[in-house]
Ligand binder design. Structure first.
Ligand code: FPP
Length: 300
C-alpha cells in the first residue's frame, strides 16, 4: 500500500505560510543554513535541556488543503526532521516526541497502518544520518504493541545509536502517562513483594526510577501545536513543573523558526517550582543566601 501518495513538492507548495522554510539539512544538505540565528539564540540565554512536544494538527493541516489525513502525517515527518536537527544544533540535550499515543490505536485501522509504515520508513531513512550527527535514539511506551517490523527496527536503531553523546531523541510510541505510571506501580509492587523495596521507602524520588524516562531530567518546556490546551495523557508525572507553550500552528507547519519562538517565550518565564521570586533570586546567588533568606522569613 502506498502511503506517500502526494509528491512532497506539491505538499510544500500548499503550506499555509506560502514561504520557503529552512528545512533540515539532515535530509537536504543544500538547504539554507540559519547558523547566525542559532548562534544569536544560543548566546542570548538558556537553551532548555529537555523539550517535549505534542505534535498535533496533522489531520487539520491536511483537511484545510483538501488532502487526505496521511498527507498531514507525511508533511509532519518533515517537521520532525527539521526540529530534531535544530535541537541538535542548539545543544538541546533531550527531545521527546509524542509520536503515537495509547489512545491512537483507536483510530481507523487504515490510518494506524499508514502511520506505522510512515514511522518505519522515517526510521529506516533517517537513522544513519542521525547516527552520523551523534543523535541517540530512545523509545518509551508499550513497544511490544507495535507491529513486529517497527519494533525490530526501533530496537536496532536504539542499539545502533546508544553510545552517541549528542541530542537524545526520545520517541514516545504506544505511550501514555497513565500507562507509564501504571507500569511503574506494578514494577514497584513486584519489588516490594520480593523484598527489594520497602513500601515505607517509596518517595517522589523513587517513582522516577520506575518510569520509562529513568535517568532523563523532566522536560523544561512542553510545546503543543494546533492550539489545544490539554496534556492528553503525555508525561503526566514528568510535566509537573514544565513550562507549556501552545501555538496555533499545525504540526506540519511547525518548523525551526517556531521552535526558536517557543524557546524565546520560555526564557521569559520565571520558574518558581512552588517558591516565591525572592527565594529564587537568593538561590541563584548561592545556597548560603537561600538559608539566610529562609531564616529571615521564618526566624532563627
Ligand atoms: C497528531 O495529528 C499527530 C499524530 C497522531 C502522529 C504524529 C506522527 C508523525 C508526525 C509522523 C511520524 C513521527 C515520527 C517521529 C517520524 P492528528 O492526526 O491528531 O491531527 P488532528 O488532531 O488535526 O486530526
Amino acid at each position: 500500500m502506498a502511503y506517500n501518495i502526494i509528491p512532497k513538492k506539491k505538499i510544500r507548495e500548499m503550506t499555509d505560510e506560502g514561504r520557503s522554510l529552512p528545512v533540515g539539512t539532515l535530509s537536504d544538505p543544500s538547504a539554507p543554513d540559519d547558523k547566525a540565528v542559532r548562534d544569536a539564540l544560543k548566546k542570548s540565554g538558556e537553551i532548555p535541556k529537555h523539550i517535549a512536544i505534542i505534535m498535533d494538527g496533522n489531520g487539520r493541516w491536511a483537511k484545510l488543503r483538501g488532502l487526505p489525513r496521511i498527507a498531514g502525517h507525511t508533511e509532519g515527518v518533515e517537521s520532525v526532521r527539521d526540529v530534531v536537527e535544530a535541537c541538535g544544533q542548539l545543544g538541546v540535550e533531550y527531545l521527546t516526541l509524542y509520536a503515537f499515543s495509547t489512545e491512537n490505536w483507536k483510530r481507523p485501522k487504515e490510518e494506524v497502518s499508514l502511520l506505522m509504515r510512515l514511522l518505519l520508513k522515517a526510521l529506516q531513512d533517517e537513522t544513519d544520518r542521525l547516527n552520523t550527527n551523534n543523535v541517540r535514539i530512545r523509545a518509551i511506551g508499550d513497544l511490544d504493541a507495535l507491529p513486529a517490523e517497527v519494533g525490530r527496527e526501533l530496537r536496532d536503531d536504539v542499539e545502533k545509536t546508544k553510545t552517541n553523546t549528542g541530542l537524545t531523541l526520545i520517541l514516545a510510541l504506544s505511550y501514555s502517562g497513565r500507562w507509564d505510571l501504571t507500569r511503574a506501580c506494578r514494577r514497584m509492587a513486584d519489588d516490594v513483594a520480593t523484598g527489594k523495596l520497602h513500601a515505607a521507602d517509596i518517595t517522589d524520588a523513587t517513582i522516577p526510577l520506575y518510569l520509562s524516562t529513568t535517568g532523563v531530567p523532566d522536560p523544561d518546556l512542553l510545546i503543543r501545536t494546533s492550539g489545544e490546551f490539554r496534556i492528553s495523557n503525555f508525561l503526566l508525572w514528568q510535566l509537573a513543573y514544565t513550562e507549556i507553550f501552545i501555538t496555533q500552528k499545525h504540526w506540519p507547519s511547525f518548523r525551526r523558526d517556531e521552535l526558536y519562538a517557543a524557546i524565546t517565550d520560555y526564557r521569559g518565564r520565571e520558574r518558581r517550582f512552588g517558591m516565591v521570586s525572592e527565594q529564587l533570586r537568593a538561590k541563584e546567588s548561592g545556597g548560603g543566601s537561600l538559608q539566610r533568606f529562609i531564616k529571615s522569613v521564618t526566624g532563627p
